[in-house]
Design a protein around this ligand. Structure first.
Ligand SMILES: O=C(O)c1cc(=O)[nH]c(=O)n1[C@@H]1O[C@H](COP(=O)(O)O)[C@@H](O)[C@H]1O
Length: 276
């Protein structure tokens, strides 16, 4: 079975270095002339799939915006994941899970087990209960050719108060997470299955990402104020492993299919130029 690192490398090679977040905010539904209800959500998701599924490497549906409509919203999330994967795009489900090991195993099977209706290619997780508590997700991902993206340095201004705090050995909390993930990815070719999330908004923080050997998801572009030209100062020599991620900036071009495609092409071109 191909590893997630291999599948991601292939997808980005064919379609370009871009992740499009599917975040159906109430304001976006309204902006698209849709109702803020299940019918509006369904139409929104269907339009994104029609416009972009065959041309974007990675999609990141944000689970909360589907969960908000209960089981009907989850049903639309399931069908959206399925349609995106049928179009050979990778789906990184943004659920930011994290729990004690035994419960984490249940979350892992919900999102990474091939037989689950919500099975995705990768998920986002939070390391707040300790990186070791996520082991069951790492194991299931490896067994299924899937990936796991661990929050390290988030794009929001509040993140630094926890992530830049110093552990007993003097490293920041974020650096301990980065180092633990780097250890798992050692030797993986072309890229490890474990990624990190590092916001494009954070500027130069002095964290060492040089040994991660895994994908670096960079949200915070567009609506949160970062631009592709900020990526170099955040990622330095690790730029080659960066997967830039846009949600509202690209989605606000809708509902026109051609405008969504044009916004995506622009984003890919700008990211390609910035990543070198
Ligand atoms: O894990 C994430 O995707 C994430 C991490 C982070 O540090 N910052 C961040 O904005 N995100 C997510 O990325 C998306 C950003 O959306 P836009 O600001 O509209 O591009 C949202 O779904 C956030 O939940």
């Amino acid at each position: 079975m191909e590893t997630f690192g291999q599948r991601l490398t292939d997808a980005v090679g064919k379609r370009g270095p871009l992740c499009v977040g599917i975040d159906p905010h109430p304001a976006l539904l309204t902006g698209w002339g849709l109702t803020d209800d299940v019918a509006g959500l369904e139409r929104f998701a269907r339009t994104v799939v029609e416009a972009l599924a065959d041309r974007v490497a990675v999609f990141k549906p944000q689970s909360a915006f589907f969960e908000r409509f209960g089981s009907l919203g989850i049903g639309i999330l399931e069908s959206t994941i399925r349609q995106l994967r049928e179009a050979r795009a990778l789906v990184l489900l943004d659920v930011k899970r994290g729990d004690i090991g035994s419960t984490m195993a249940a979350y892992a099977s919900a999102y990474l087990d091939q037989s689950s209706p919500l099975c995705a290619d990768a998920i986002t997780v939070s390391p707040y209960l300790g990186v070791g508590s996520l082991q069951s997700a790492f194991d299931l991902a490896a067994a299924n050719g899937a990936g796991v993206f661990v929050l390290a340095l988030t794009s929001n201004p509040e993140g630094a108060s926890v992530q830049h705090a110093r552990a007993a050995d003097g490293r920041t909390v974020a650096q301990t997470v980065i180092d633990e993930i780097s250890q798992v990815n050692v030797g993986a070719q072309p890229l490890g299955n474990l990624g990190l999330v590092v916001g494009a908004t954070i500027g130069r923080t002095g964290h060492d990402l040089s040994r991660v050997n895994g994908p670096l998801l960079a949200p915070g572009l567009g609506a949160q104020g970062a631009t592709p030209s900020d990526l170099r100062s955040v990622f330095g020599e690790s730029l080659r492993n960066v997967l830039p991620s846009y949600s509202r900036e690209v989605l606000s071009a809708g509902p026109s299919v051609s405008a969504l495609r044009a916004a995506t092409e622009r984003a890919v071109d700008e990211c390609r130029a910035a990543l070198g």
